[in-house]
Design a protein around this ligand. Structure first.
Ligand code: NA7
Length: 543
């Protein structure tokens, strides 16, 4: 690569302009390094730019799902609801981009195709589908954990003559389903949020379910002004609570073990949490994700709620999850999900009993029926955590490709860096708490960690940082060992890549919680970047 082919020389190139990319740009400016982001969308927002399906909403509460780096920002922005809906989050991220004047460093409608490390020059060379070629000392992947939409095992849909949509690539102008016969495939979080909304529009909605899921009512409503005021007047304390928690939000975990409570106390605690709503239900007792028997008792409580809500016992039974421990797949948070099956215009098709045979011109053929449809919604999920990274041709030292390196599953040190790929950073990468936490908290922690690392390197004359193969191996074992202490690996979830045929089964996120993880990262810094190799400038600059 000759310099004259290069459009720009940067300190940092950032891939993506969602929560991670935006904060990355801001932070880099703050420490005085040059950075530019490339973003495939025409606007900022990442996940919240693409996932515009009806009912799209965050399952972390609004006041927690915000940046904590600026107290002024917190005070300048008011949320309207307890759980933020997609349009409001997107407005928030646009507000952030404007407030901190970030757009001038983002090139939109530009997808990064390759990132190749030039070992001699110690530079990443990044190319895009718009013909850009930039060189940067650091390449930061702010590409998101759930950003590569998939329709696994559902080929042949092009035969269908009606409209098709994927929840993760929803048309910006919205879709009017009024009077239409709509089919939706999947019953994950995206489906569980959109089914009640689509059902109010469609003349008929047919839900094609392969595996039922646990879901907790959101009990959404207007924002609690008292709590909001408290979080404003106790900014530092409020933010510290989240940083020192397991999942990265200010929700309280009950430290009691389930079997230390009487059956009446358990029922009362479950009911109390059910009435509060949301994922905090998982915090009813401390051992729900560790103790199979305790988990089963929580699962039974939720199953009884499903039976009590859904009028038709056969439909209720089909909607009741029995194949995975409660919470071992991402817990869904809904608004009127189970209630929707009581509507006369909603039908549940249990694909376990009557699988899809094929798509036809007029709809979907299952083993027992031809379902005629005007539109099909694929709520079939994403190639999670590694999909976006591996869709880019990333090559490290000696030309090794990340796709080859990760052929048996992702391997990282702290979910931040990969051996053999110097100065390449993966924000909320596999091996970090990421999707098992409030993403905003985890993103900020990674960006802050990297900013401190860059500063340390500059001040000490280092040009290159790379984890050792040993530290990567040890971290991988640790991530795996603690996952195996929990019930998480029991589920065929996207946490283990089970939703993508042929994907190696590896439990990808770090289950230790954000507080423990943060402490480990800080200790590593305090010990002089233990497990990393830092190389001084003269050792890497070519003569
Ligand atoms: P998920 O949670 O991966 O859900 C995808 C759903 O699609 C799930 O119910 C799948 O059933 C179903 N699916 C996938 N492929 C098929 C085929 N071939 N046939 C039938 N059904 C299929 O994705 P979401 O978008 O809902 O949520 C992703 C995350 O985003 C969520 O956890 C939140 O964190 C936000 P399966 O369970 O595999 O049998």
């Amino acid at each position: 690569m000759h310099n004259h082919d290069v459009d720009e020389e940067l300190d940092v190139v950032v891939v993506g302009a969602g929560f991670a990319g935006l904060y990355m740009l801001h932070k880099m400016r703050e420490i005085g390094v040059s950075a530019r982001a490339f973003e495939a969308g025409s606007g900022v927002g990442g996940t919240w730019y693409w996932n515009r399906y009806p009912g799209a909403r965050c399952d972390v509460e609004s006041i927690d799902y915000t940046y904590s780096f600026s107290e002024e920002l917190q005070r300048d922005w008011r949320w309207s609801e307890r759980y933020p809906a997609q349009p409001e989050i997107l407005r928030y991220l646009n507000f952030v981009a404007d407030k901190f004047d970030l757009r001038r460093d983002i090139k939109f409608e530009t997808r990064v195709e390759s990132a190749i490390f030039d070992d001699e020059a110690n530079r990443w060379v990044v190319t895009t589908d718009q013909g850009d070629v930039v060189r940067a000392q650091f390449c930061v992947m702010a590409t998101g954990c759930l950003s590569t939409p998939k329709r696994p095992g559902l080929d042949g849909a092009q035969v269908f003559q009606g409209a098709t949509y994927h929840t993760g690539q929803w048309p910006h102008e919205g879709v009017d389903f009024t009077g239409s016969r709509v089919g939706i495939i999947g019953t994950g979080s995206s489906a569980i949020q959109s089914i009640p909304q689509i059902a109010t529009q469609a003349s008929h909605l047919t839900v094609f379910q392969r595996t039922p899921n646990f879901s907790i009512p959101a009990h959404n409503g207007p924002i609690d002004h008292e709590r909001e005021q408290w979080s404003d007047s106790h900014f530092t304390e409020f933010r510290e609570l989240a940083r020192q928690s397991g999942f990265g939000s200010s929700n309280m975990l009950n430290p009691q073990m389930l079997f230390d409570a009487t059956p009446e106390e358990r029922e009362a605690e479950f009911e109390r949490r059910w009435q509060i709503g949301g994922v905090a239900f998982l915090g009813s007792f401390i051992d729900l994700l560790f103790n199979e028997q305790a988990n089963e008792i929580a699962a039974d409580f939720v199953r009884a709620k499903i039976r009590a809500t859904v009028h038709d016992p056969e439909v209720a039974a089909a909607l009741t999850p029995t194949d995975h421990p409660f919470g071992s797949k991402r817990l869904c948070v809904d608004i009127d999900y189970f209630e929707t099956y009581n509507r006369p215009n909603v039908t549940l098709v249990d694909l376990k009993k009557t699988p899809i045979v094929e798509f036809t011109r007029a709809g979907i053929r299952t083993t027992d029926n031809d379902h005629e449809l005007d539109a099909i919604v694929f709520a079939t999920g994403f190639d999670a955590m590694t999909g976006a990274l591996l869709s880019i041709d990333i090559r490290g030292r000696e030309g090794i490709s990340l796709r080859d390196r990760w052929a048996d599953g992702p391997r990282t040190y702290l979910g931040l860096m990969v051996a053999g790929f110097p100065n390449l950073l993966t924000i909320t990468g596999p091996g970090s708490p990421s999707v098992l936490s409030n993403m905003v908290i985890s993103i900020e922690q990674h960006v802050d960690w990297l900013a401190a690392c860059f500063t340390h390197m500059r001040e000490n004359g280092f040009d290159r940082i790379e984890p050792t193969a040993d530290s990567e191996e040890t971290w991988g074992q640790h991530v795996n060992e603690i996952a195996n202490l929990t019930l998480f690996p029991r589920a065929n979830s996207w946490y283990v890549g089970a939703n993508i045929p042929g994907k190696p089964r590896v439990f990808m996120p770090y289950v230790g919680g954000v507080a423990v993880y943060r402490q480990r990262c800080d200790e590593i810094v305090a010990s002089g970047y233990e497990g990393f190799e830092l190389t001084p400038s003269e050792a890497v600059v070519s003569p």
